[in-house]
Design a protein around this ligand. Structure first.
Ligand code: NBG
Length: 830
């Protein structure tokens, strides 16, 4: 019998670029000029680049307004269930190309501006990067907003309009310095201020009991202080501009901005103290990523945006349906992590105290409306508030929380759960370290669904933080693996690759990410490899320019670009990567004429300002870079660069240029990761642990196309339980002892030889994050990567298969999951 051989189809012809429609170009040109004249107040001759930027944004925004109005009124006319996504963070980045891409106007706009003597790609860089978030959690919220618009879900995002987003990072001698970020300095042309949409937010004061004539006792909260919340709306356009949703961000205003008597008496500062105190609430993004909270201002921020958002959605519901009892039929509220968890108590207060529903009905509605996403298992990130603080700031909410908890525990006891340890583990009040309110617990019992963000993370949620809850409510925890919007992370960030994919796999890829699998048929085709390599090279040339500009280091675009870009945290193990870099450096120096793969190690990421070890890790990467980059024996074979001020825009430049994606967190600690998805989609191969969504990425791309190493989550857990013999672990490695000695003795810090003693000490004695335990496996996997790289056909085949098989990680798929499993709202078909 002869085997049937399917002939490899030959690669489809590349299509020529078509010029944009000239009528469209003319219309845009006219719109820009009108906006320049009537909104910016400038003539073309006197306009600065920034004036042109504003005119272009306004002209673009004008195309969004009508579909926006249409989407908004359709929600009133047809009454689809609405989704409210409450998030303290939206890491939006720049919006101009997002809007142009989704409207299909990028090429026409480029031509239109060119005709006016203005370069659109230059204007793109003038837009400040809206960094109203710390990292993955905030970026996920931004991707979700775009996908909800794409799927025509009647959704609103609610958050805070921080005057200052995440700090700007600069590197001074390799040390991170933080500077305030000022994205609003030149105004924000995307937003619509709605001063008429304003709510009073109370704080402090006391609760009074009032008995009505029929004997019913009501609790009336008399706040000691009020702050006003003012709405600012940003339209979020879905793909192909069909549906537009609103991101509503709240800004704080003092209810009494000026004490005139004090002012007239000459006390100008004192006269404005109320204004300063009130406006502090929306002044700065909480500058932390998974580090202990604990500040009153943070709690004020949380309640401020929760209360204004809930008052707003309740008002909208009553306007549309007149009756709050139908709230859960028409509304789904998603809590993005526990930051908005006070929603549970606030919604109860609105339903029970303010609108007079019975407690039972209010509770039923709250639970049916609210759901909660957990984004981390790290104990220091599980939010809790001291009871005295909550009592002082939100006295009525504290009473409501006590009552919710009492009824919850009573119900358990009645159902036969009498074991005190069990009851205390599921109580909202933690009695261990002073009395504290566990916000995760409150969110859990106030929700009908709780979700984790990757299969592994959801499994661990059930086994660890919510184990007892899961036993009580086995259907409540569900998984919704994270996703990313392909519009931003593929179409906008990598137009070269996008065009190739459309030529090869067809235009279906623009609407259906699953169509990317059609690329698989050509994965072995040298013509495809050449095309992919050429696009990647162009992207690397562009990144090399940025590196030269910002780090003053020249890198070779033909080298392997090995990329680790994310917040700096010990669990993400940038340190492991640095140790391997040193090992590679030593080996190259020892055998300078061996066949090494020229490599550029690229790092970027911010550390929380108060996180000493993370900042030291940044410094170490820079110190190693200084030594390596100036060593002539290497002949440029290895370069190490740390790009400062990582943000969404920088990510858009790095990701399309990456060959290797570092996803090397200690297994069990990264809830999902989403950078891992962006990089693999853009054709980078992943080196990573079986952590977060890496597990599912491996399932999709196949074992041969990803480099997995290291301890599993289970093994990590077991080692922690039994304790590890560190001496033995380190001695088992042929190279690790030497590397630790070198770092510890100041080989990379001759100016301060003991700088890294503390860091090395942790590795030698404690090593909670298993850097030493995973070191040899990681190095071995890195050699496998180098081996694959040398086999050009094998490398590009793997790269093509990564792109082809990443379609599942679209945030459209993730949002469909939420819509079906949690919100029960319809979406448009795929
Ligand atoms: C982060 C996790 C990431 C995950 C994002 C989005 C927090 C609290 N969690 O692994 O660390 O990808 O959330 O889900 O920021």
């Amino acid at each position: 019998m002869s085997a049937v051989v399917t002939p490899t189809p030959s690669l489809p012809e590349r299509r020529k670029e078509v010029a944009p429609d000239s009528a469209e170009v003319a219309a845009l040109r006219e719109a820009i000029l009108r906006r320049l004249t009537y909104s910016v107040g400038k003539t073309p001759a006197s306009a600065s680049e920034h004036d042109w930027y504003l005119a272009v944004v306004y002209a673009t925004r004008d195309r969004i307004v009508e579909p926006w109005m249409a989407s908004t009124s359709a929600a009133y006319v047809h009454g689809p269930k609405r989704v409210y996504y409450l998030s303290l963070e939206f890491l939006i980045g720049r919006l101009l190309f997002d809007a142009l891409t989704n409207l299909g106007l990028t090429d026409a706009m480029r031509t239109a501006t060119r005709g006016l003597g203005v370069d659109l790609d230059r204007l793109r860089t003038l837009e400040p990067d809206a960094a109203l978030g710390n990292g993955g959690l905030g970026r996920l919220a931004a991707c979700f907003m775009e996908s909800m618009a794409t799927l025509a879900i009647a959704a609103h995002g609610y958050g805070i309009r921080y005057d200052h987003g995440l700090f700007r990072q600069s590197l001074k001698d390799g040390w991170q310095q933080e500077y305030p970020e000022d994205w609003l300095a030149l105004g924000n042309p995307w937003e619509f201020k709605r001063p008429e949409v304003s709510y009073e937010i109370g704080f402090g004061g006391a609760v009074e009991e009032q008995t009505s004539s029929d004997g019913v006792v009501r609790h009336v909260w008399k706040p000691g202080e009020y702050v006003n919340a003012i709405a600012y709306d940003t339209p979020i356009t879905g793909w192909r501009g069909q549906h537009v949703n609103t991101l509503r961000l709240w800004s704080a205003r003092a209810s009494e901005p000026l004490l005139l008597d004090a002012f007239n008496a000459g006390d100008y500062v004192g006269a404005q103290s109320g204004k300063v105190r009130a406006e502090a609430i929306s002044s700065v993004l909480y500058p932390s990523d998974e580090t202990p909270a604990g500040q009153e201002l943070r709690l004020r921020q949380e309640y401020f945006f929760v209360s204004s958002s809930l008052q707003d959605l309740v008002r909208r519901h009553i306007k549309q349906y007149q009756d709050l009892r139908s709230l859960s039929e028409h509304v789904a509220i998603q809590l993005n992590d526990t930051h908005p968890a006070i929603s549970v108590a606030e919604l109860m207060r609105l339903l029970f105290d303010v609108h007079g529903l019975s407690w039972e009905e209010a509770w039923r509605i709250t639970r049916a409306t609210v759901s909660y996403t957990n984004h981390t298992l790290l104990p220091e990130a599980l939010e809790s508030w001291a009871v005295p603080l909550l009592e002082r700031l939100l006295p009525r909410h504290m009473q409501i929380i006590y009552l919710i908890n009492a009824l919850h525990l009573d119900g358990l006891r009645k159902a036969g759960h009498t074991d005190p340890a069990f009851v205390s583990s599921v109580s909202v009040i933690d009695e261990h370290a002073g009395r504290r309110v566990r916000m995760g617990h409150l969110a859990f019992i106030g929700s009908h669904k709780v979700n984790g963000v990757s299969a592994l993370h959801t499994g661990l949620l059930k086994q660890t933080v919510f184990r007892d809850f899961d036993a009580l409510y086995p259907d409540r925890i569900v998984n919704e693996t994270n996703g990313i919007t392909f519009r931003r992370w593929l179409f906008e960030a990598n137009p070269g690759l996008t065009r190739l994919l459309a030529d090869v796999a067809g235009d279906a890829i623009y609407d259906d990410p699953a169509a990317l699998t059609r690329l698989e048929a050509y994965a072995g085709d040298p013509a495809l490899h050449d095309a992919l390599a050429e696009i990647k090279r162009q992207n690397k040339v562009a990144l090399a320019r940025i590196i030269l500009d910002r780090c003053r280091v020249k890198v070779d675009p033909d080298a392997l670009f090995d990329v680790q870009i994310k917040r700096v945290h010990e669990y993400k193990r940038q340190l492991l990567n640095i140790l391997e870099t040193i090992a590679l450096y030593d080996a190259m120096r020892a055998h300078p004429h061996a066949e090494w793969v020229p490599t550029v190690k690229i790092f970027a990421g911010k550390a929380a300002a108060s996180y000493h070890n993370a900042k030291l890790i940044i410094k170490l990467a820079n110190d190693v870079g200084r030594v390596v980059n100036s060593d002539p024996t290497l002949r440029g074979l290895l370069k190490v660069v740390y790009l400062p001020n990582y943000n969404v825009s920088l990510a858009e430049s790095i990701i399309p240029a990456a060959d290797l994606s570092e996803q090397i967190s200690t297994a069990g600690m990264e809830a999902s990761g989403t950078g891992n998805m962006k990089l693999a989609l853009n054709g980078a191969l992943t080196i990573g642990t079986l952590d977060g969504a890496n597990v599912e990425i491996r399932e999709k791309v196949g074992d041969d196309n990803i480099f997995i190493f290291g301890l599993t989550a289970e093994q990590v857990e077991e080692r922690r339980r039994h304790g590890i013999d560190m001496q033995q672990t380190i001695a088992a490695s042929a190279i690790l002892p030497e590397i630790l000695d070198a770092i510890g003795s100041g080989a990379f810090s001759p100016d301060d030889p003991s700088r890294y003693l503390g860091l090395v000490d942790i590795l030698r004695h404690h090593d909670h994050f298993m850097v030493c335990a995973d070191f040899d496996a990681y190095c071995a996997r890195q050699r496998d990567v180098a081996h694959r790289w040398k086999n050009r056909a094998a490398w590009w085949k793997s790269s093509a298969l990564n792109t082809a098989r990443m379609g599942w990680f679209s945030s459209d798929r993730a949002i469909r999951g939420y819509a079906e499993d949690i919100w029960q709202v319809p979406t448009t078909a795929a």
